[in-house]
Write a protein that binds this ligand. Structure first.
Ligand code: ADE
Length: 254
């Protein structure tokens, strides 16, 4: 998978894309991630990318020209009215990170992970000139109902969630484990040594060596935890809802 990020602050993402699972996936050639500084396509000596809003009001608005030029350079083709949309699912998914977008969840992450190419456009300031929305055919995605100072942290979230699903990225049994969690429940509690820590013992069943009993315990714990913390997941994605909702908070490096 190739991932291109267009941002005013590539430095905010540099560390994240070089470390941990994402960094290893890059080194292993599982994904290629390129960070592009929007100012490269800015105007004039100061590489200006923003301007005051028509009609007045606070803050600055990202101008159309640098964004259109950036996407033309990244995609190597004309973009804008009269050309195909920049986002061409399923192979190319081009996202505008904004609190106004479709909420990111695990099903969307799985869809994105099937693409060959992701293009992520991060905003700053008061927003984008509306003609960026009108003319480009980007998919607007939000990581949650809160407002960040810009889209970089949101892009980092998308990248990490997607890259860990790419074949080979987890590099251990985690991927298979992941599939077994694709059933709409939160992960069961995990323990490692020591068997007793500050008077808190590891549940006996986990040390019993009885794999079936361990399996049953984990399943029950996962359901119980989901019922207690996220009953909405069971209602939305349960067998009787006719669809699967895939949530997992496991499969990380731990
Ligand atoms: N930019 C600012 N807030 C955001 C959010 N919640 N999701 C995605 N991009 C954003």
């Amino acid at each position: 998978m190739q991932i291109d990020v267009v941002t005013l602050f590539p430095g905010m993402l540099e560390g994240m894309v070089g470390a941990s699972i994402v960094g290893r996936a890059r080194q292993a050639g599982i994904c290629e991630i390129r960070l592009h500084d929007l100012r490269t396509w800015g105007e004039g000596r100061w590489r200006k990318v923003d301007d005051r809003p028509y009609g007045g009001g606070p803050g600055m608005v990202i101008r159309c020209e640098p964004v259109y030029r950036a996407l033309e350079a990244v995609l190597q083709r004309p973009v804008g009215p009269g050309t195909p949309p920049v986002s061409q699912p399923p192979r190319t998914r081009a996202l505008l990170l904004t609190p106004q977008g479709r909420r990111l969840d695990q099903p969307l992450v799985r869809e994105l992970a099937r693409a060959e190419r992701l293009v992520l456009l991060c905003g700053r300031y008061e927003g984008f000139d509306e003609r960026i929305r009108r003319g480009l055919g980007l998919e607007e995605v939000s990581i949650g109902d809160y407002v960040l100072a810009g889209g970089e942290a949101a892009a980092a979230v998308v990248i990490e969630a997607v890259v860990r699903l790419l074949p080979g990225a987890l590099g251990h049994e985690g991927s298979a484990e992941d599939e077994s969690f694709a059933d709409g429940t939160l992960e069961y509690p995990q323990y490692t040594r020591p068997p007793v820590f500050r008077s808190m013992a590891v549940p006996e069943v986990l040390r019993s060596g009885d794999h079936q009993a361990v399996e049953r315990w984990r399943r029950a714990q996962a359901l119980e935890r989901t019922r207690a913390r996220r009953p909405d997941l069971l209602r939305e994605g349960g067998a009787d809802a006719g669809g699967r909702r895939e949530v997992d908070d496991g499969g990380s490096e731990a």
